[in-house]
Design a binder for this molecule. Structure first.
Ligand code: G3P
Length: 194
């Protein structure tokens, strides 16, 4: 049990590194939380107009989840699953930002890459499909994430599917403002500034 707690804390500490905030600050763009949706994620970094920084944010926020899972997997699958939960919670509720973190999409993909690469691939394909049609980053993430527990279950991973339900519930909760804007027709499209 102590080892599971270590995996959780290890995941949390990695997950709590806010790459979007760090990269935009390093680029001299000020605080990304003061623009667009106010989020620290890649979608909002893209609203600065800096595609490279947005890509780096997506990569950093995803890879921290992958690294947490891959390292913890050395001790077994249950450790990997707990580290995935830790990394996701770290991204959403980082102690360094007074627990006000991101919405979890990139880190969700990252932990999926570590846990079940095929499920991550399916997530990305659904995300790209919805984004291609709708041009909404949030809607794409909401639909792709909702499908993931089902995908994991179909791939024979009921344990991962169970934890994924918790992550998806948190991801949807963090997107409540996006959901309101989508329903009101006021959600910003991908790359649209403001
Ligand atoms: O990854 C978060 C995305 O789904 C929505 O981001 O900045 O539009 O709230 P944002």
């Amino acid at each position: 049990l102590l080892h599971l707690l270590v995996a959780l804390i290890f995941g949390y500490l990695l997950g709590s590194i806010p790459f979007g905030l760090i990269f935009t600050r390093m680029a001299g763009l000020g605080d990304v939380r003061k623009i667009g949706s106010g989020n620290i994620g890649a979608t909002n970094v893209l609203r600065t107009g800096r595609k490279g920084l947005a890509a780096a944010t997506l990569l950093g926020d995803a890879l921290k989840g992958t690294v947490a899972v891959v390292v913890a997997a050395q001790w077994g699958t249950q450790f990997a699953i707990v580290a995935a939960l830790g990394a996701f919670l770290g991204h959403l509720f980082p102690v360094w930002l007074r627990f006000k973190g991101g919405k979890g999409v990139a880190t969700f993909i990252g932990v999926l890459i570590g846990l079940k690469p095929l499920a991550a691939l399916i997530f990305c394909l659904i995300w790209l499909g919805v984004a291609f049609v709708s041009k909404y980053s949030s809607l794409s993430a909401l639909i792709a994430s909702a499908a993931t527990p089902v995908v994991l279950w179909l791939l024979g991973e009921p344990g991962m599917a169970g934890v994924a339900i918790i992550l998806v519930a948190l991801l949807w909760w963090k997107h409540s403002q996006n959901i309101s804007r989508l329903l009101a027709g006021t959600e910003g499209k991908i790359g649209q500034k403001g």
